[in-house]
Design a protein. Structure first.
Length: 348
């Protein structure tokens, strides 16, 4: 007798979960090395050399096209929610450049002989729901028979070049803000272990399902100097890329870092995803003021995480008000400086 689709747990078919299955930063750097002379295109405003969220191409009329793709294996068991979360996560790269999404193309891998195709249909329906919420169409895509389920989108967006935000344009003195709480990797690991409460799990899912539409708003704010989203490399990884690209250093006030509820309990139960260690091994030598507890939160791989925003210090109060009006986290978690022994120093 065939197993009913409602009893199938998608996460049992994947060895990784969400952005936690991203290749570690240090390993990725090795993969991207090339002996070929870089191809110069003056209209390519942002390419892979920038370590940014998406590629940006100048259209020559004051506007630019933003192009990105993101996909991963199930982070939740429900197929509809998997499709929604993967889609929110992929579209976020457009918002993280200060842009507006235009159209999406699906990327689907499905073990057709082991997981009912009806569940793949639910994944796609979840994606269509999110695309509609973002005001775009899911216009097509590509699918393969794969040993593990995977899903994501290739998304095209646009931005007025004057509103383009990058992760490498921060300035000394900028205050740092994060628009969603950390801890998704911890909570979803607890769920896989059967330890999470329904309330805590739903809080994490609802966070992952929230579109980062605010990025389009932030793109129009001159005092927002740099922007990126926090995903698989954790807060420290993505902040480190911002610091490296901007030739700056960061101070993170740990007590002010937003986080999901009850993380301490799940950390005590050792619900730490494997991606946390991989992240720390990649960039831990550039960070000071951190112990295992702080590491478990600040290196936690996020799926569909929030926007990390660098804001002129003089406009911090105005930005906090803007975040409050948008229903976002509004507490500054640290600042950027032009000197430091370590790239990131954690205090508080």
């Amino acid at each position: 007798m065939e197993e009913k689709t409602e009893t199938i747990r998608l996460t049992q078919f994947s060895h990784g979960a969400g952005c936690g299955c991203k290749i570690a930063p240090a390993v990725l750097d090795s993969m991207l090395k090339s002996n070929l002379e870089p191809q110069h295109d003056p209209r390519l405003l942002v390419g892979h050399d920038k370590k940014d969220d998406a590629a940006v191409y100048d259209l020559g009329n004051g506007k630019a096209i933003i192009s990105t793709t993101d996909f991963f294996m199930p982070i939740v068991d429900d197929a509809f929610d998997f499709g929604r979360i993967a889609s929110v996560n992929a579209i976020s790269d457009i918002y993280a450049m200060g842009g507006r999404p235009l159209v999406a193309i699906a990327v689907l891998g499905w073990p057709v002989n082991t997981v009912p195709v009806e569940l793949a249909n639910r994944v796609l329906e979840g994606s269509r729901t999110v695309c509609r919420e973002a005001g775009i169409a899911l216009a097509g895509g590509h699918s393969i028979d794969n040993q593990e389920p995977l899903f994501g989108l290739a998304v095209t967006g646009e931005v007025e070049i004057k509103n383009l935000k990058q992760n490498s344009t921060a300035r000394k003195g900028c205050r740092l803000f994060l628009t969603k709480p950390l801890g998704v990797g911890i909570i979803t690991t607890a769920q896989k272990k059967g330890l999470v409460s329904t309330t805590d799990y739903l809080q994490a899912v609802n966070s992952m399902l929230k579109l980062n539409k605010a990025g389009e708003v932030f793109g129009k704010l001159d005092y927002v100097r740099a922007l990126t989203d926090v995903t698989g490399f954790g807060l420290l990884g993505h902040l480190g890329e911002m610091c490296e690209g901007s030739n700056l250093f960061a101070v993170v006030e740990f007590s002010k870092v937003p986080r999901l509820d009850n993380l301490d309990y799940y950390i005590e139960q050792k619900c730490i995803p494997g991606g946390t260690k991989r992240n720390w091994d990649s960039y831990g030598s550039t960070v000071s003021g951190i112990d295992d507890y702080r590491k478990s939160i600040l290196c936690d791989p996020q799926t569909s995480g929030g926007l990390l925003v660098a804001v002129d210090e003089s406009a911090a109060a105005e930005f906090k008000n803007q975040c409050s009006m948008l229903g976002l986290e509004s507490e500054s978690l640290g600042y950027l400086t032009d000197a430091g022994e370590y790239r990131i120093t954690v205090t508080g």
